[in-house]
Design a protein. Structure first.
Length: 153
């Protein structure tokens, strides 16, 4: 069993090692967050650009980028390069990742706001409310109104 004095001695010595350990931790952290290759870098930039559009806080706010080609243009790469990189890293298509993120935001807006379905549709970048309804039904198997009603009750 350690005595109080030996514990105090160890505690005082910790400051000697702190700067060295902090440098090691920073180096390890930089290696973890550093993209492994160009595909990982492009995938990370795509996700950052996608997430930058959210959350939507008011009905006048609109999602600007909805397609893989729009993201590719913003990232200054060919759409095929973006699709290949995203698929390689995430095992999902670019379109699927975009759809999942739009769907997650749609669910949040339906649950947490009193906006009309039309306002939500337009803020998520849909030109027609029916397109949004069809998109939502395809992925959730129920209409946005029904989804909202089941979550409010």
């Amino acid at each position: 069993m350690e005595t109080i004095e030996s514990i105090k001695g160890i505690y005082r010595k910790k400051y000697r090692y702190l700067p060295e350990n902090r440098q090691k931790a920073a180096h390890i952290s930089a290696d973890i967050n550093k993209p492994k290759n160009a595909s990982h870098r492009l995938h990370a930039e795509f996700l950052e650009l996608l997430e930058y559009q959210f959350p939507i806080n008011e009905p006048q706010q609109h999602v600007q980028l909805r397609s893989a080609s729009e993201f590719a243009e913003m990232l200054h790469v060919h759409v095929n390069s973006l699709n290949r990189a995203v698929k390689e890293v995430s095992r999902k298509t670019t379109t699927r990742i975009i759809a999942e993120r739009v769907l997650r935001e749609a669910k949040l807006l339906l649950k947490q706001t009193f906006w009309t379905v039309s306002e939500i549709a337009f803020s998520l970048g849909f030109t027609e409310t029916t397109h949004f309804n069809n998109f939502f039904k395809k992925h959730i198997q129920m209409s946005p109104v029904k989804f909202r009603n089941t979550n409010f009750n």
